[in-house]
Design a protein around this ligand. Structure first.
Ligand code: EPU
Length: 461
C-alpha cells in the first residue's frame, strides 16, 4: 500500500502542471490503468462502515454556492466525483479547505463569474446542479451540457422546464447551456415524469426566488430529503421533500452551517449483496435501514437473512440454503433503485431457477451483462428486460462498463471460483470510497494492480 502511494506521489509531482488541476489530471491518467484482481470464493465476514451518500454529497457540496456564508459539510465521501466538484469550485475561485478526508469547508463569496470550466463540467453528470445553484444565486449560469453517458442519453429538458417556469430563458452556446433570468419568481412546476436531478435543480433555483414555488410529481429519493434538510438548516423554507409535492417559499439569505451528509443507500446495498453472494455474514454499519427497505425485501425473497438495527443491518447467507429466483422491477424511490439493479442481478445469476429483471429508468443499464456472460452467467436481454437462468460463476477478465456495473463485477468476482480481473475501475472510484480496503477488511482477496503509464510493467500491491 505504501509503495503504491509513494509511486503515485512521484507521478503527481512529475506530471503536475501550473494550474491547480494537476492532481485531477493524474487521477484521470491513472484511472485508465488500474485493475482489480479478485480471487473469489471466500465468504465475507466482519463489519463494514458505510460512507456518505455520493448522490446527496454532489448536490449538497454544489449547493454551497447558495450559502451566503462559509459552510462545513461532513461525511463527504472521498470519491472522484467529489474531487471534480471541489476542483470546479477551486477553478471558480471559491475557498475550499479539506478539514479532514471527509469534511470540507467551502466559502463561495469570491465566485463572481457564473460559469463552470467546460471540461470539468462535461466530465460529470452531476455538474448540471451548477445550473440550478448558479441561477439561484446570480440569476445566470453557463454550464457545459452534461450530455450522454455510459447509461445512454441523459437529457435535461425537465430541468430547463423548471427554470423556465421560474422566469429564466435558456440558449445553447458552443456546447454549453446559458440560462438567464431578470428575476426568479415562484411558480408551479409540474414534471412530466419523475426526475431526481430535475427535482433537486428546481429546489436550487426556487430557494431564493421571490414568492412561492410548488413542485409537483417530485422525486422522493433520500438524497432529495437530505438536500432540503441542508438548505432548511441554512434558513430555507422547503416543505414536503420526500413526498411528490414540494413547497418552497423563497428567502433572501442562507446562513453558514455545519451539516453531515446521510449514509449512502447504494453503497450499503452493494455490501449487502456482496455479503449474500459470498455466503458471508457481515454487519453493515452507519446506515439508515428505512432507506434500504426495497433492497432488504428483495434479499429476503431470495432467501438471505437481513436483521435490522437502529443504524446497521446484518446480512447472513452462511447457513447453506439455496438462493431462490425472484423478479425485479426498478422504480423511483421507494421502489427498487436502478442503481442496485446490476448488483442484485449478479446475485440472481447464483439463484436456482429463472428470474426476470425489468429496468427502464435509463436506456443502457444492461451493458454489464456481456461482461457477466464471460464469467459463465446465463442472461439474455431484450430491450429493458433481462432473463437470468441461475447457475455458477467462474473468474474471467472483465471490465467495469459504468459505476454500478463495476460494483456488480466486484460482487461477481468475489462469488466466482477462480480469478477475476476487472479493468476500467475508475468508474468504480467515482462512487465507492476505499472499496478495496473495505472489502479486504471483511476477508476479500482483492488486489489493485497498477500499470505505470507507458510501461509494460505491472505493480501488484
Ligand atoms: N430524464 C429526461 N429529462 C430530464 C431529466 C431526466 O429525459 O430532464 C430522464 C433520464 O434520462 C432518465 C430518467 O429521466 O432516463 C431519470 O433520470 P433522473 O433525472 O431521475 O436521474 P439523474 O438525476 O440523472 C440520479 C442519480 C443516478 C440515478 C438516477 C435515478 C445523481 C447524481 N445521479 O440521476 O445515479 O441512477 O438519479 O435514481 O444523483 C449512480 O449513482 O450510479 C447514478 C447513475
Amino acid at each position: 500500500m505504501l509503495l503504491i502511494r509513494l509511486y503515485r506521489e512521484i507521478i503527481k509531482i512529475l506530471k503536475k502542471d501550473d494550474n491547480s488541476l494537476g492532481i485531477f489530471k493524474v487521477r484521470t491518467e491513472e484511472k485508465i490503468l488500474d485493475k482489480f484482481v479478485i480471487r473469489g470464493g471466500k465468504p465475507l465476514h466482519g463489519e463494514v462502515t458505510i460512507s456518505g451518500a455520493k448522490n446527496a454529497a454532489v448536490a449538497i457540496v454544489t449547493a454551497a454556492i447558495l450559502c451566503d456564508e462559509p459552510c462545513i459539510i461532513e461525511n463527504v465521501p472521498d470519491i472522484s466525483d467529489i474531487a471534480i466538484c471541489l476542483e470546479i469550485f477551486r477553478q471558480m475561485r471559491a475557498d475550499v479547505r479539506l478539514i479532514n478526508k471527509n469534511t470540507v469547508r467551502i466559502d463561495t463569496k469570491n465566485i463572481s463569474v457564473p460559469s463552470v470550466p467546460y471540461d470539468l463540467a462535461r466530465s460529470m453528470r452531476a455538474s448540471s446542479y451548477f445550473l440550478g445553484t448558479l441561477l439561484g444565486r446570480f440569476h445566470e449560469a453557463l454550464v457545459a451540457l452534461p450530455g450522454g453517458c455510459d447509461l445512454g442519453d441523459r437529457p435535461i429538458d425537465q430541468h430547463l422546464k423548471a427554470f423556465k417556469a421560474l422566469g429564466a430563458s435558456d440558449i445553447m452556446e458552443n456546447g454549453s447551456v446559458h440560462i438567464k433570468a431578470d428575476e426568479l419568481i415562484g411558480n408551479q412546476i409540474y414534471f412530466d415524469f419523475i426526475t431526481v436531478g430535475g427535482t433537486i435543480n428546481a429546489i436550487f433555483a426556487a430557494v431564493k426566488a421571490k414568492g412561492y414555488t410548488v413542485i409537483e410529481n417530485a422525486a422522493k429519493e433520500p438524497h432529495i430529503v437530505d438536500v432540503a434538510n441542508f438548505l432548511n438548516s441554512m434558513g430555507a423554507d422547503i416543505r414536503g421533500a420526500g413526498t411528490d409535492v414540494i413547497k418552497i417559499r423563497g428567502v433572501d439569505y442562507l446562513k453558514g452551517i455545519t451539516y453531515p451528509v446521510i449514509p449512502d443507500q447504494i453503497e450499503a446495498g452493494t455490501y449487502m449483496v456482496a455479503a449474500a453472494a459470498t455466503r458471508g455474514n457481515v454487519l453493515i454499519k452507519n446506515v439508515i435501514p428505512k432507506h434500504l427497505e426495497s433492497i432488504t425485501a428483495k434479499l429476503r425473497n431470495i432467501g438471505v437473512s437481513v436483521e435490522e438495527f437502529d443504524e446497521s443491518v446484518r446480512v447472513r447467507a452462511d447457513s447453506g440454503g439455496i438462493f431462490l429466483k425472484t423478479n425485479i422491477r426498478t422504480m423511483p424511490h421507494p421502489g427498487f433503485p436502478t442503481d442496485m439493479q446490476p448488483q442484485m442481478s449478479t446475485l440472481l445469476t447464483l439463484a436456482e431457477g429463472t428470474s426476470t429483471v425489468y429496468d427502464d429508468i435509463f436506456d443502457n443499464r444492461f451493458r454489464y451483462v456481456s461482461e457477466l456472460r464471460r464469467m459463465g452467467a446465463d442472461i439474455s436481454v431484450d430491450g429493458k428486460v433481462a432473463v437470468i437462468h441461475g447457475g455458477r460463476l467462474t473468474g474471467a477478465p472483465v471490465k467495469a462498463t459504468d459505476l454500478r456495473a463495476g460494483a456488480a463485477m466486484i460482487i461477481a468476482g468475489l462469488a466466482a471460483s477462480g480469478v477475476t480481473e476487472i479493468s476500467d475501475i475508475y468508474h468504480i472510484e467515482r462512487g465507492y470510497e476505499a472499496i478495496e480496503e473495505k472489502l479486504k477488511a471483511i476477508g476479500a482477496d482483492i488486489q489493485r494492480v497498477y500499470v505505470p503509464s507507458g510501461s509494460d510493467m505491472a505493480i501488484s500491491v
